[in-house]
Design a protein around this ligand. Structure first.
Ligand SMILES: N[C@@H](CCC(=O)N[C@@H](CS)C(=O)NCC(=O)O)C(=O)O
Length: 273
C-alpha cells in the first residue's frame, strides 16, 4: 500500500504516527485526536511516534502501524481496528443500524465540511495564524520553523480553496461554524440533567470519537477564538468535552482548567457522570 516502512510491533500493538504533542496539551490535529479518542474510548493501548505529513503515505496524518500493516486515513484506521477485532465502539455501545448510519452522516458533515471551516478560521486570519504557528512550531529552531510554517500555510490554503470553504468570506465561514455548533448543541442536549453520549448510550460510539476530538481540538488551542467561545459558553458542549477529557485525557490539565474557569464565568456545565 505504501513505501512507509513498518515498525517492529508485537502482535496487536498499535503505533500511531501523528504530529508531535506538547506535554499536557492536545494535538493540533483533529484527525490525530480522533484516533486517540477511538483508541482510549475502546481501551486499546497504543504508542505514539511523532512525524510530519510529508512522510505519511497519503501526505496527511494520522496513519497507524498494526502488526506491520500501515494504514493511513482515520476512516480506514477505524475500519481496520474493527476488522482486526481490536475494538468496535458502535457494536459495544449496542447501536441500532439507524444509529450507525446517522453516525456516518454526522461524521461526514463534521470531517468534510466543518473541520475545514475550523482550519480556515485558524489560517486565514492573521492574528489566529500567528497563534497557531506559535503553538505548533514555536519550539523549533527558526531555520526549521520558517520553512515548515510556509509549507503548511501554502498546503492548507490551497486545499481549503480547492475544498470550497477557502472561497467564503470570514463572515460566511462564521455562519457555517455557528450553525454547526448550535445544531450539535441541540443534538447533544440530554433529556435529563446529565451529560450523555451522542446516541445516549452507556458507552461512547464511533461518532463520539469524532465529536469529542473536534471539541477537544477547538478548545485545545487559542487559534480559533470564535468557535472556542461558543463551546465554552455552552453548558451542553462544554459538559460533553469535560466528560471526554476527565474520563480519557486527564493529562490535558490546561484544557480542564479552562473548562472550570468557563463554568465559573458562564455557570456549571451539565453534570458529568
Ligand atoms: N481524511 C483524512 C484527513 C487527515 C488530515 O486532514 N490531516 C491533516 C491534519 S488534521 C493533515 O495531515 N494535513 C496536512 C496537509 O494537508 O498538508 C483522515 O481522516 O485521516
Amino acid at each position: 500500500m505504501s513505501a512507509v516502512k513498518p515498525v517492529d510491533n508485537k502482535p496487536g500493538e498499535v503505533t500511531l504516527f501523528a504530529f508531535e504533542k506538547h506535554e499536557g496539551i492536545p494535538t493540533a490535529s483533529g484527525f490525530c485526536q480522533k484516533i486517540e479518542c477511538y483508541l482510549r474510548f475502546a481501551g486499546v493501548e497504543y504508542a505514539q511516534q511523532d512525524t510530519l505529513p510529508f512522510k505519511a503515505p497519503k501526505k496527511k496524518l494520522p496513519y497507524v502501524d498494526i502488526d506491520g500493516i500501515i494504514i493511513p486515513d482515520s476512516q480506514f484506521i477505524v475500519r481496520y481496528i474493527k476488522e482486526k477485532g481490536l475494538a468496535d465502539l458502535d457494536k459495544s455501545a449496542g447501536l441500532t443500524r439507524l444509529q450507525v448510519v446517522e453516525g456516518v452522516a454526522y461524521r461526514g458533515y463534521w470531517e468534510e465540511a466543518i473541520y475545514p471551516a475550523i482550519v480556515r478560521s485558524r489560517w486565514f486570519d492573521k492574528e489566529n495564524e500567528a497563534v497557531v504557528a506559535r503553538e505548533v512550531f514555536g519550539d523549533l529552531p527558526f531555520f526549521i520553523r520558517i520553512p515548515l510554517h510556509w509549507w503548511f500555510r501554502r498546503s492548507l490554503t490551497n486545499s481549503l480553496v480547492a475544498q470550497g470553504v477557502g472561497r467564503h468570506s470570514d463572515a460566511e465561514a462564521e455562519v457555517i461554524l455557528r450553525k454547526a455548533l448550535e445544531s450539535l448543541e441541540i443534538r447533544l442536549t440530554p433529556t435529563g440533567t446529565t451529560t450523555e453520549w451522542f446516541h445516549k448510550t452507556a458507552t461512547p460510539a464511533d461518532i463520539d470519537a469524532v465529536i469529542s476530538a473536534m471539541l477537544i481540538n477547538i478548545c485545545g488551542t487559542n487559534s480559533n477564538p470564535f468557535c472556542k467561545k461558543i463551546v465554552l459558553q455552552s453548558k451542553v458542549l462544554c459538559g460533553y468535552t469535560k466528560r471526554a477529557v476527565e474520563g480519557f485525557f486527564p493529562e490535558f490539565e490546561t484544557l480542564l482548567k479552562e473548562i472550570k474557569e468557563a463554568e465559573g464565568k458562564y455557570g456549571p456545565v451539565l453534570e458529568v457522570l
